[in-house]
Design a protein around this ligand. Structure first.
Ligand SMILES: *Cc1c(COP(=O)(O)O)cnc(C)c1O
Length: 380
């Protein structure tokens, strides 16, 4: 029996592990010099823009919303096909998420649908680059400019992705990343916010730690309430080891995605009728490789497919069920039928294994497993 193939796995090298041990022995393990160094390297990556690190991508998004002044009575337009953190944080700051459907081709927020959802209460747009495929930044920022809206980019999955040759994070309004272990760069848990103004970075530090402002040797004041969102030096040291390998990770993910397309082009796999992602090998960081399972009569349920693949030693994931159909969101009035494309994806989407240390043979193994568990659903 071959070893179990998970759908994702972080790549932590020995040098990073030794670096973590060094931090642990240093006498300073929470936020300190390593966090500063991590922020400085992130800032250099993003063209010198201000960057602050947090203990999760969720905390990062919440701080971004507060910096943008989003609160009670405000509406934020976002996608129903995302990790639920995206819209939960909008509720956390007292605002209202306004979902619009996805474009079934990109699986991202449909720019045409955004315009129709703008009301006088709209304060911000919150796009998500699902699986690392960038949302059209030209159209997004043109819309934001025309309607005077802030943009909070939930780029949690887009570390290393680019738009027209520019790295995501190196331009734009407020750009939020996550360093959760499943993301392309990890600090175990963590996130960072890229801003435009140094004054926002100062405010972000207050929202990050209880609102505390220190002056001189012993001065302390609190003018606003902040959270407890600081990253530890241990986590930052992991992030530093990852950042050094970002280009290598992105290159390898793109290679593997290409290989998926090659094997999925073979007649036996094409006959399964899977919905494939956009074949973008320039801009996407290939955070995930996701297919849509066919819903033809007699085809097994997604749960059955996942169970059979698991029995063959292959892990898969669901990213994600449509957010508006969760109980908390239904209670606010959303229902089945509101966003047909997001609902279809939410029911049928499946993330296949993809991570930098995966091999070409494992790509073929996944394809062969799919052929063995799925019926032929179309003639090729
Ligand atoms: C991972 C993720 C988040 C949240 O990040 P955490 O670090 O897990 O808090 C938010 N939005 C999207 C789209 C994500 O993928």
């Amino acid at each position: 029996m071959l070893p179990f193939l998970p759908f994702t796995r972080p790549t932590i090298d020995e040098e990073t592990i030794a670096g973590v041990a060094e931090v642990l022995r240093s006498g300073w393990i929470t936020s300190g010099p390593k966090v500063k160094e991590f922020e400085a390297q992130l800032s250099a990556l993003f063209g010198g823009r201000p960057v602050r690190a947090f203990n999760s991508g969720t905390a990062t998004l919440e701080v971004a919303l507060r910096l943008a002044g989003v609160g009670a009575g405000d509406e934020v337009i976002t996608t129903p096909l995302s990790w639920v953190a995206t819209s939960n944080v909008i509720l956390t700051v007292g605002a209202r998420p306004v979902f619009v459907d996805i474009d079934p081709r990109t699986r991202n927020l449909d720019p045409d649908a955004i315009e129709a959802a703008i009301t006088p209460a709209t304060k911000a747009l919150m796009p998500v680059d699902l699986a690392g495929l960038p949302v059209d930044r030209d159209r997004l920022y043109a819309l934001a400019a025309r309607h005077g809206l802030r943009v909070i980019e939930d780029a949690a999955q887009a570390m290393g992705s680019s738009w027209r040759g520019r790295l995501i994070g190196s331009f734009g309004d407020l750009v939020s990343f996550s360093f959760h272990p499943n993301k392309n760069v990890t600090s175990i848990e963590g996130g960072c916010l890229v801003m435009t103004h140094e004054s926002d970075a100062t405010l972000a530090e207050q929202y990050r730690l209880q609102g505390v402002v220190r002056t001189g040797m012993d001065g302390m004041d609190v003018a606003r309430v902040g959270g407890k969102f600081n990253l530890t030096d241990v986590a930052a040291r992991v992030g530093l080891g990852q950042l050094a390998r970002l280009d290598e990770f992105t290159r390898r993910r793109r290679e593997l995605a290409r290989e998926y397309f090659e094997v999925f082009g073979q007649p036996a796999v094409r006959a399964l009728g899977l919905g494939l992602p956009c074949a973008d090998f320039e801009q996407s960081n290939w955070h995930m490789f996701q297919v849509l399972l066919p819903e033809t009569a007699g085809s097994p349920s997604r749960a059955e497919v996942m169970g059979k693949l698991h029995a063959l030693g292959i892990g898969t994931g669901v990213h994600y069920p449509a957010i508006h159909l969760f109980t908390r969101y239904r209670a606010a009035g959303w229902k089945e039928g509101d966003f047909p494309h997001a609902e279809h994806a939410g029911r049928t989407i499946l993330s296949l294994p993809l991570f930098p240390t995966m091999t070409s043979a494992e790509v073929s193994r996944v394809a062969a497993a799919l052929v063995s568990v799925l019926p032929v659903s179309r003639q090729v």
